[in-house]
Write a protein that binds this ligand. Structure first.
Ligand code: PHE
Length: 357
C-alpha cells in the first residue's frame, strides 16, 4: 500500500499544482477520489488485505486521502479567487443612472428673442428700463397725450381693476417712457421690454403679449437717427444686410410726426410679401416732454415700440401667436431652444445694459 501511495502521491500533487482552471482541477479530483478514482480503488483494495495489514494500511491511506482532499480544496479556493479577480478586472459595473432626456428645459422663443433684442440695443448703448404691468391712467394714457375722451383709448381697450378705475393692465410699454423721463434728465437712451395687455384674441393677437419700447432724448436727436437705429437693429436681428425700411405716416397721440415702420427686402419676400408692418414710431410729442418736466425747446427725441412676439414669429417661422402661451409641451419642444443651442447673434458680445429702474 505504501509503495502504491508513494508513486501516486507526487503525480497527483504535481497535477493539482499545475491545474490552471476549475474544470481541470475537478477532472483531477474525479480521477483521484471519484467512483473509479485511483484512491477509491485503493480503498476497495483494503478489503482484500489480510487483517493484520489492514489496520496500518487503512491509516496510511486515510492520511493520504485527507491530504489530497485538502490540497484540492486549497487549490480550488485559489483558482476561484483568481477567476473572480479576472472577472472584476474585465467588467466595469456602471452604477450611474442614464440622464432623463425630458428633464432638460427649453427657452421660450419670446425669452430668446427678448434677449437677442436687448443684446443688440445694449451694444448700441441703450440702458434697460422697466415699469409695472399694473399701470395707472396717468402713465398709460394721460401723460402720453391721451386724455380721457380721446378716441385713441378705444384702440387700446384693456382690463380695469374692479373698484379702482385708476389701475389698469398696461396696454403698451410707452408708460415706461414717462416713468423714465419723470425720474431722469436727458440725455436719455433706454429700451423697455415687458408684458402688455389688450382685449384681443385671434391668430395674431392675444390678450397678453410682449413689447419693447425705445426712447432717445437729447438736444439734436432727429428722425434720421431713428431710421439709422432701426435699420441697424433689423440687420443685426434678422442677420441680413438686405433690409429695406419704409416709414408710413401714421398717428399716435404721443409722437409727432408718427410712423408705422415696414420692412421689405428678402425677409418680406420669404413670406411672399413686399412689405411687413413691423412697429410704431415717431418723434416724441412736445406735450409728452412737457408732462415730464422736460423743455421741448431744449430737448427732442424719438420713440418706437414693437411686438416681441411678432418678431419671434417672423424670425423663427411661428405661424400662430396663440400657441405661444398655451403651455403645450409639444410646442415648446418644437420651437423652444435648448440651453446648448441658443443662437448667437453677434460674436461673443453679451448684454451690458445699465441698471434696472
Ligand atoms: N405704443 C404704441 C403701440 O403700442 C407703439 C409706439 C411706441 C408708437 C412708441 C410710437 C412710439 O401701438
Amino acid at each position: 500500500m505504501q509503495n502504491k501511495i508513494n508513486t501516486l502521491k507526487p503525480d497527483l500533487l504535481q497535477k493539482i499544482e499545475q491545474a490552471n482552471n476549475l474544470t481541470a482541477l475537478d477532472e483531477i479530483r474525479v480521477a483521484a477520489l471519484g467512483k473509479n478514482g485511483a484512491i477509491t480503488v485503493l480503498m476497495k483494495e483494503l478489503g482484500t488485505l489480510p487483517v493484520e495489514e489492514k489496520k496500518q494500511a487503512g491509516q496510511v491511506l486515510n492520511v493520504f486521502k485527507t491530504e489530497i482532499a485538502n490540497t484540492l480544496e486549497a487549490k480550488k479556493k485559489k483558482l476561484e479567487e483568481a477567476e473572480m479577480n479576472a472577472k472584476l478586472a474585465s467588467q466595469k459595473v456602471d452604477v450611474t443612472l442614464p440622464v432623463r432626456p425630458n428633464s432638460v428645459g427649453r427657452i421660450h422663443p419670446v425669452s430668446q428673442v427678448m434677449e437677442e433684442m436687448l443684446t443688440i440695443f445694449a451694444q448700441m448703448g441703450f440702458d434697460l428700463a422697466e415699469g409695472p404691468d399694473i399701470e395707472d391712467d396717468w402713465h398709460n394714457f394721460e401723460a402720453l397725450n391721451i386724455p380721457p375722451s380721446h378716441p385713441a383709448r378705444q384702440m387700446q381697450a384693456t382690463f380695469f381693476m374692479e373698484g379702482d378705475s385708476d389701475k389698469i393692465l398696461r396696454t403698451h410699454t410707452s408708460g415706461v417712457q414717462i416713468r423714465t423721463m419723470e425720474n431722469k434728465k436727458p440725455p436719455i437712451k433706454i429700451v423697455a421690454p415687458g408684458r402688455v395687455y389688450r382685449v384681443d384674441y385671434d391668430a395674431t393677437h392675444t390678450p397678453m403679449f410682449h413689447q419693447i419700447e425705445g426712447l432717445v432724448i437729447d438736444k439734436t436727436t432727429n428722425l434720421a437717427h431713428l431710421k439709422g437705429v432701426l435699420e441697424e437693429f433689423l440687420k443685426l436681428f434678422f442677420e441680413t444686410d438686405d433690409v429695406k425700411l419704409r416709414f408710413r405716416p401714421s398717428f399716435f397721440p404721443f409722437t409727432e410726426p408718427s410712423y408705422e415702420a415696414d420692412v421689405g427686402g428678402s425677409l418680406a419676400k420669404s413670406i411672399g410679401k413686399e412689405w411687413i408692418e413691423l412697429l410704431g414710431c415717431g418723434m416724441v410729442h412736445p406735450n409728452v416732454l412737457k408732462n415730464c418736466g422736460i423743455d421741448p425747446n431744449e430737448y427732442q427725441g424719438f420713440a418706437f415700440g414693437c411686438g416681441i412676439d411678432r418678431f419671434a414669429m417672423l424670425k423663427y417661422g411661428i405661424p400662430d401667436l396663440r400657441n405661444m402661451f398655451d403651455a403645450d409641451m409639444r410646442w415648446i419642444k418644437h420651437y423652444g431652444f435648448l440651453p446648448t443651442d441658443i443662437p448667437t447673434i453677434t460674436s461673443g458680445l453679451s448684454l451690458t445694459a445699465g441698471s434696472k429702474k
